[in-house]
Ligand binder design. Structure first.
Ligand code: DAH
Length: 342
């Protein structure tokens, strides 16, 4: 090889090196180019240098100087390219201002809890206290003590969830009346909010578990006037200025019995789908406690009288908040529940 040929090969490699280095667009590609050009074993520059000893002696100095210049130039080019790539790479991903903001969920009390708390508060002002009883109940407390005749249809397997021969999931909160009467002497004024269970399928207006609020007042000389005045007061406090009416009804554990209606909160009495065109909505069952119930709890029915009521706060929450389907109360959908955040 002559000096001219060697210098021509050096120039050609310089051009190749420029192309390779500027084409490298990632740190990995740049490292590959560096190995290709400067690698100790088989780098292109190393191979060129291997040709040096074959040159005529007087040509080696110039040839060696040319190769060294090339090596420095390649190293400089690699370093510049490395710095350029590093400055391009963003340290953190860019902020995308079009991304929807993350929703901050707020905790809220369940609508039924809100209604129960409000009802308890109204009765607390009338010196009612809160009483409780077991959800798994002896059938005597659920039925027998409440004056249900042995063949009453509510005891049917279709309605009642039996846990054993005499054990049921209470079908209403009324057994708390009996347990309270057994434990405390009159005068008694209690409210008993709690779960009740029935063999129902879920649909828009039935659930197999639902809240009830039982109320009871027992003392000497308590009359139907007290019942009517107290429940009317409650309706006005809860629904605002409204009309109420009492309709005769039947429950085994009260005599006489009455259901209380309030003017439909949706249509104001004109008649709508929610009140089935009647203008009234039934909100509770009530009555004078049957003497047989007082006696089965060991209370002297000659001396004491009492009244009681039972209502469904789920239904009342529906009325208050215009909830069209009670399944919404059980779905635990935070989008629904969050609407009740205060
Ligand atoms: N226990 C009844 C039910 O579940 C509701 C009820 C009606 C309760 C009249 C009472 C009452 O205390 O006096 O449907």
């Amino acid at each position: 090889m002559t000096l001219d040929e060697f210098l021509a090969a050096t120039a050609a490699l310089a051009s190749t090196a420029r192309t390779h280095v500027s084409a490298a667009d990632t740190p990995a590609a740049l490292e590959a180019a560096r190995t290709e050009l400067l690698g100790r074993k088989s780098g292109r520059l190393t191979e060129l240098m291997r040709a040096l000893p074959d040159l005529p002696a007087d040509a080696r100095r110039d040839a060696g100087a040319a190769v060294n210049r090339l090596k420095t130039a390649v190293e400089t080019a690699l370093e510049e390219r490395r710095a350029a790539l590093a400055s391009q790479a963003p340290a953190t991903p860019a902020l995308d201002r079009t991304m929807p903001a993350r929703h901050a969920w707020r905790g809220a009390k369940h609508p039924v809890t809100l209604v129960v708390e409000e009802i308890v508060e109204i009765f607390r002002e009338l010196s009612f206290t809160v009483a409780t009883g077991p959800e798994a109940e002896h059938d005597w407390y659920n039925f027998g003590a409440l004056n249900f005749p042995p063949e009453h249809p509510a005891m049917d397997l279709h309605d009642t969830l039996y846990l054993g021969p005499n054990a049921v999931l209470r079908t209403h909160t009324s057994p708390v009346q009996v347990r309270t009467l057994q434990s405390y002497p009159p005068p008694i004024r209690i409210l008993a909010p709690g779960n009740a269970f029935r063999r129902d399928f879920f649909d828009a207006s039935h659930a197999p578990v639902f809240m009830q609020i039982e109320g009871m007042a027992v003392d000497e000389g308590v009359s139907f006037v007290d019942l009517k005045a107290t429940l009317t007061h409650f309706a006005t406090r809860f629904f605002g200025k409204t009309e109420t009416r009492f309709r005769p009804s039947y429950f085994p554990f009260t005599e006489p019995s009455a259901e209380m209606d309030v003017r439909c909160t949706i249509c104001g009495g004109a008649g709508c789908a929610a009140c089935k065109g009647t203008g009234w909505m039934e909100i509770l069952g009530s009555g004078m406690i049957h003497p047989a119930v007082l006696e089965s709890a060991g209370v002297d029915a000659e001396r004491y009288t009492g009244w009681a009521f039972g209502m469904g706060p789920g239904r009342i929450a529906d009325l208050r908040y215009g909830i069209p389907d009670i399944r919404l109360l059980y779905d635990s959908d935070v989008r629904f529940l969050e609407q009740f955040a205060t």
